[in-house]
Design a protein around this ligand. Structure first.
Ligand code: 6CM
Length: 256
């Protein structure tokens, strides 16, 4: 624990100044902290149904509809060896890696760089028959957070994605229907201490991941098709994403 604290001391602890000054900042701060709290609530209460399980991965959903559209909240947890929470969040956040793990993606642009830890993305996703193609416009914010439930832990990282608006990219003007999403990835690193004063190796680290998602499809999409797509695509995403992280990190020095 002390070694981890020392390692973490050099990394970013607070959002960068340019993010704080941005028009979206109050919303980014509020939603990110709400999502952190929500991610850390277990799945014991709240009617979560387990729908996929593979090794350490567990995926839960709740069936919900809004205005006749499926908006099922999803919560997943996973345990990944050999990577830190900082590394996993960096890969989820950074545009340079996205095509390497995001299988539903057709196109992605960064519409605005708010700061080094906050970007606004416009993504188009592959069309799923028989519905129209979807796009998503969202801010994405990454930060390290101090752990109020465990003040000695200095190793909690979050990426929060939340739909937004941009005057240059109004919704539903072309072939795409705009989806509305709130997504978070929360990661915590654990070190299994090596003997004596040996340096920490990848085999000594484990990352616990919680992923939460609520997507409103924004317009007509048949409920049964959408639920079948989610059931297939979310486990595929989390397995593909975490093995991509392991692969990206294995030959690199550890970033705590
Ligand atoms: O969280 C994930 N990816 C992030 C980076 O891309 C980000 C994006 C989420 C977009 C999720 C929208 C998917 C499009 C849904 C299509 C709905 C089509 C309706 C038609 C059905 C008949 O947060 C990973 C997302 C993994 C999704 C499986």
């Amino acid at each position: 624990r002390d070694r981890l604290k020392q390692k973490s001391a050099s990394v970013l602890t607070t959002p960068t100044m340019s993010a704080i000054e941005h028009r979206l900042w109050p919303e980014i701060e509020k939603i990110t902290m709400e999502q952190l709290h929500y991610a850390r609530l277990g799945v014991g209460a709240g009617g979560w149904q387990l729908f996929a399980e593979d090794g350490d991965m567990r995926m839960y959903r709740r069936e919900e509809e809004a205005d006749g559209l499926v908006v099922d909240p999803l919560k997943a947890c996973h345990v990944v060896k050999g990577v830190t929470g900082h590394e996993v969040c960096e890969i989820f956040f950074s545009p340079e890696y996205r095509t390497g793990w995001e299988a539903t993606l057709e196109d992605m642009i960064v519409v605005e760089k708010v700061s080094k830890d906050t970007l606004i993305f416009l993504q188009t996703h592959k069309r799923i028959w028989p519905a129209s193609q979807r796009d998503a416009l969202f801010w994405s914010h990454m930060r390290r957070v101090s752990d109020d439930q465990d003040p000695d832990a200095h190793d909690l990282w979050i990426v929060c994605n939340h739909s937004t608006e941009h005057p240059d990219y109004p919704p539903n003007t072309g072939k795409c229907v705009r989806v509305y999403l709130t997504v978070c990835l929360v990661c915590q690193t654990f070190i299994d201490p090596p003997k004596d004063e040996d340096e920490i190796k990848r085999e000594n680290i484990t990352c616990k991941i919680t992923y939460c998602s609520v997507v409103n499809p924004g317009g007509w999409a048949p409920a049964s098709v959408l639920r079948a797509v989610y059931k297939r695509e979310y486990p595929k995403f989390l397995k593909r994403f975490t093995s991509f992280c392991i692969d990206q990190c294995k030959a690199k020095p550890i970033t705590f």
